[in-house]
Design a protein around this ligand. Structure first.
Ligand code: NIG
Ligand code: FE
Length: 421
C-alpha cells in the first residue's frame, strides 16, 4: 500500500497499544513509550509504527515526510462528555456563583440549564452552528480529534432535533468527529414544573422514539440528581432507551449520593459521569460490570466542589476516563489539556493514568475503541504532537496550549497552534 505520510523523529511516542478493553488499575499507569520513533500513514490510517530510520523503506515518490524534531506524540485526544451545541452564555450567573448560591438552587429558580434552554430555543440553526464551530475549532487546537456531544437544551422535540442536526452538520463539515447523545432528561421544562411524570411520558413515548427513528443519537443520557430526575425516574427513562436501541450514559451522583452509580451498573451503562458523591458500593458495582467512570474535574474545579475520589476508583478497578463537560454553566471551557492537568493536581492521578483516560479509555467510553484511542496499525491516524519533552512536562506546565500540530486521519489540521483545515 502507498504510504502518504511519515511522521519521523518522534522523541517520545505513547502508543496506548493493547486497546481491546478499557485500562483498569495499574494498566492505566503502564504505558509503552517508544523513543526515536516514526509513524507511517496510508489512506488516513496507521500503516506502521517503528523506530529510527526503518521508515526509509516505506518512502515512495509521493510520500510526505514530517520531522517533529524530538517532540512528544500521543493519540488524538478524545473529549467524551460535552454539551457542545447551545445558545448564549451564563456569565450573568457568575456573581451569584461566586457568592456561593448552589448550582441546583439557580436551576430551581428557573436559571441555569433552563436559561440556556431559552437561549437555545431562540437561536437560529446558523447561530448555534457558528457558536459550536468556534468551540470545536478551539478543542481541535488543544489536540482533541473526537468529541461526544449532548442535546438537552431543548426539552421539546423541535429544539432537541435542531441541536442534534447542528451537531450532525458539524460532524460532516468539520475535521473533528462527533458522537451524538440525546439528553432530553437534562431538566424538567418549565411547562411541566412539578409534573415530572407527564414530561417523562412525553420523552419515552414520543421524543425518544422519534429521535431514534431520525438516526440523530446513538446514546441516551439522563441527569440523575436530587431535585432533577430521581433514580426511579432515571431507570424508567434509560430502560426505555435501551429497548429503543440507544446505548446508555448517566450523569450520576454529581452532588448528592442518591444511587446513580448503582443504577449505571444495574442497567449496564457504558459510562457513569461526574460521580463526585458516588458511594463505595456504587463504585464496586460499576467495577463488577465494567462501567467506565467518566470524571469531569473541570466541573468540580469550577463549581468549587470536592473532586471525585479517583484514587479509590482506580484501586477498585473501575476504568477511568476524563472529559471537559464543556457547557455554559458548570464548565465553560473547551481546554481538555487543563482538565488533564487537574487530573494530576486535583485527582492525584499520575500523568500516565491521565493519558490513558483521555485516549483509549475515552474511546471505550463512546464505543469507538476499534477505530481510535491508540496508535496501532489499522486505526485512524488521529495524532497529537506536543511541544513537550515528556509526559510529565505536559501536566506540570499548566494552563497553556502545548500543541505543536494535530493530524486528523493523516491530514494536518492544526499548525502553529491554529486550525488550518
Ligand atoms: O454535566 N449536570 C448537568 N448538566 C451539565 C451542566 C449543564 C449546564 O449547567 O448547562 C453538567 O454539568
Ligand atoms: Fe454534563
Amino acid at each position: 500500500m502507498k504510504v502518504d505520510l511519515i511522521i519521523k523523529n518522534i522523541g517520545k511516542l505513547v502508543t496506548m497499544e493493547g486497546s481491546f478493553f478499557p485500562r483498569i488499575g495499574s494498566q492505566m499507569n503502564e504505558l509503552t513509550i517508544l523513543e526515536n520513533a516514526y509513524i507511517a500513514v496510508a489512506q488516513g490510517k496507521i500503516f506502521e509504527v517503528g523506530i529510527g530510520d526503518k521508515y526509509k523503506e516505506l518512502v515512495g515518490k509521493y510520500t510526505k515526510i514530517d520531522d517533529v524534531k524530538g517532540m512528544l506524540v500521543i493519540p488524538g485526544l478524545i473529549d467524551s462528555h460535552t454539551h457542545l451545541v447551545h445558545g448564549g452564555s451564563r456569565e450573568n450567573e457568575f456573581s451569584k456563583k461566586l457568592n456561593g448560591v448552589p448550582y441546583i438552587e439557580i436551576l430551581q429558580e428557573g436559571g441555569g440549564i433552563l436559561s440556556t434552554v431559552n437561549a437555545t430555543k431562540n437561536a437560529t440553526f446558523d447561530e448555534l452552528y457558528n457558536k459550536a464551530k468556534k468551540s470545536l475549532d478551539r478543542m481541535l487546537e488543544f489536540g482533541v480529534t473526537t468529541v461526544e456531544e449532548k442535546s438537552g437544551y431543548g426539552l421539546e422535540l423541535e429544539t432537541e432535533v435542531k441541536q442534534l442536526e447542528v451537531a450532525h452538520k458539524l460532524d460532516k463539515d468539520h475535521p473533528v468527529d462527533l458522537v451524538h447523545t440525546f439528553l432530553g432528561a437534562h431538566a424538567v421544562p418549565v411547562e411541566y414544573k412539578s409534573n415530572n411524570k407527564a414530561y417523562i411520558k412525553l420523552l419515552v413515548e414520543e421524543i425518544m422514539p422519534r429521535i431514534k427513528e431520525m438516526g440523530l443519537a446513538e446514546f441516551c443520557d439522563v441527569f440523575c440528581e436530587e431535585g432533577v430526575f430521581s433514580v426511579e425516574e432515571s431507570e424508567l427513562i434509560l430502560s426505555k432507551a435501551k429497548e429503543l436501541g440507544y446505548k446508555l450514559k448517566i450523569h450520576a451522583d454529581e452532588i448528592v449520593p442518591i444511587g446513580g452509580a448503582e443504577l449505571a451498573a444495574k442497567l449496564g451503562c457504558i459510562s457513569a459521569d461526574h460521580l463526585m458523591a458516588a458511594s463505595e458500593q456504587g463504585l464496586k458495582d460499576m467495577a463488577s460490570v465494567g462501567v467506565i467512570a467518566n470524571i469531569l474535574p473541570g466541573t468540580s474545579f469550577n463549581l468549587n466542589k470536592p473532586s471525585a475520589n479517583v484514587r479509590k476508583m482506580i484501586d477498585l478497578d473501575v476504568p477511568i476516563s476524563l472529559s471537559s463537560d464543556y457547557n455554559p454553566g458548570s464548565c465553560p471551557s473547551e481546554n481538555l489539556q487543563f482538565v488533564m492537568q487537574l487530573g494530576c493536581l486535583n485527582l492525584k492521578m499520575t500523568p500516565n493514568e491521565v493519558l490513558s483516560a483521555v485516549t483509549i479509555n475515552a474511546a471505550h467510553c463512546i464505543d469507538r475503541a476499534r477505530e481510535i484511542g491508540s496508535i496501532e496499525v489499522g486505526k485512524k491516524a488521529d495524532i497529537a504532537v506536543f511541544d513537550a519533552p515528556n509526559v510529565e512536562y505536559l501536566m506540570y506546565h499548566f494552563g497553556i496550549n502545548h500543541i505543536d500540530r494535530v493530524y486528523k486521519e493523516g491530514k494536518l489540521v492544526v499548525e502553529n497552534k491554529h486550525v488550518s483545515y
